[in-house]
Design a protein around this ligand. Sequence first.
Ligand SMILES: NC(=O)C1=CN([C@@H]2O[C@H](COP(=O)(O)OP(=O)(O)OC[C@H]3O[C@@H](n4cnc5c(N)ncnc54)[C@H](O)[C@@H]3O)[C@@H](O)[C@H]2O)C=CC1
Ligand SMILES: O=C(O)[C@@H]1CCC=N1
Length: 269
Amino acid sequence: MATIGFIGAGNMAEAIIKGLISKKVYSCDEINISDISDNRLDYMKSAYGINAFKYNNLVVSSSDMAVLAVKPQIAGEVLESLDDFPCDKPVISIAAGLKIKKITDLLGDIPVIRVMPNTPALVGWGAAGLFANKKGEKHLPDAQKIFSAIGEAFVLSSEEDMNIVTALSGSGPAYFFLFMEEMINAAVELGLDEKTASELTMQTALGAAMLAKHRSDAGEKPEDLRRKVASPGGTTEAALKELENNQLGAIVMLAVSRAKQRSEELSEV
Ligand SMILES: NC(=O)C1=CN([C@@H]2O[C@H](COP(=O)(O)OP(=O)(O)OC[C@H]3O[C@@H](n4cnc5c(N)ncnc54)[C@H](O)[C@@H]3O)[C@@H](O)[C@H]2O)C=CC1
Ligand SMILES: O=C(O)[C@@H]1CCC=N1
C-alpha cells in the first residue's frame, strides 16, 4: 500500500509499525519515520529496518500518507512547522483530543482521518475507532485496512464519540494491566510465588477476554458469563460481593469519565 510516514516514533507508533510489518501490510522500506530524538530514530531504524528522517517535512514529502503520532500538547507546533502541506495528502492523526478542525486550520482543507488505536496493536490485538472528515472519507478504506490488520477497526458516527473511545479502548489496556497487577500483588501477599501468580493472572485475563468475545456471537454478555463462574454460596460470589460493596462500578465510571473529560480538555490546548 504505497508508503506511510510517522511523525513521532514513540510507543504507539512502534506498536502500529511492528504490527504492520508482521502482518505484511507494509514492507520495512515502505515505512518512514521522523522523531526529535536521535536515539529513538537509531533504535527504530535498527529494530525494524525502516527509513528514519531527522525532519518531519522529509517524512511528509517521502510518504503517500502521514500519521501524526506526537503528544497532543505539541501537535499544534509540529503541524505549524510542516511547510506547504499538499492539499490531497491524507493525514491520520492518533493524537488524543486533537480535533480535525485544528488540523485543517493549520494544514488547509486536507483529508484527515482521526484514529484512536491502542497498544495491543503491537501483537495484532488492537482496537481502534476511526472518524474521517468529508475529504478523508475516500481514504477510510485504506485506514480501515491498516487498523484491521493490527486488530479491529470501528468507524464512528461522530467525532465527539472519539472522546469516549479514547477513555474506553485507547486508555483501556492500562485499566486491565492495573487490575492484573493488583491480582498478582494479592496472590503474592497471600503466599503464592510471583511467577506462578503472574502466569495464572495473564492466562486468566486472556481466557476471560477470549471467552467473552466468542460467546458474544451467541448473545452471551459478560454478566451472563460472570454468573456462570459464581456458584451460589461459593468463592467467586464472596469476592464479587466485596467488589460491589467497595463500589467497583462507581470507581470505573469515575475513571472512564475522568479520561473522557481529559480528552475534551486536550482538545482545547
Ligand atoms: N500510548 C498509547 O497507548 C496511545 C497513544 N495515543 C496517542 O499517540 C500519540 C503518541 O503517544 P505515545 O506514542 O504514547 O507517546 P511517546 O512519547 O511514546 O511518543 C511521542 C514521540 O514523539 C517524539 N517527538 C517529540 N517532539 C517531536 C517533534 N517535534 N517532532 C517529531 N517527533 C517528536 C518523541 O521523541 C517521542 O518519540 C499521542 O498523541 C497519544 O495521545 C493514542 C492511543 C494510544
Ligand atoms: O494516555 C493518553 O493520553 C494516551 C491516549 C490513549 C492512551 N494513551
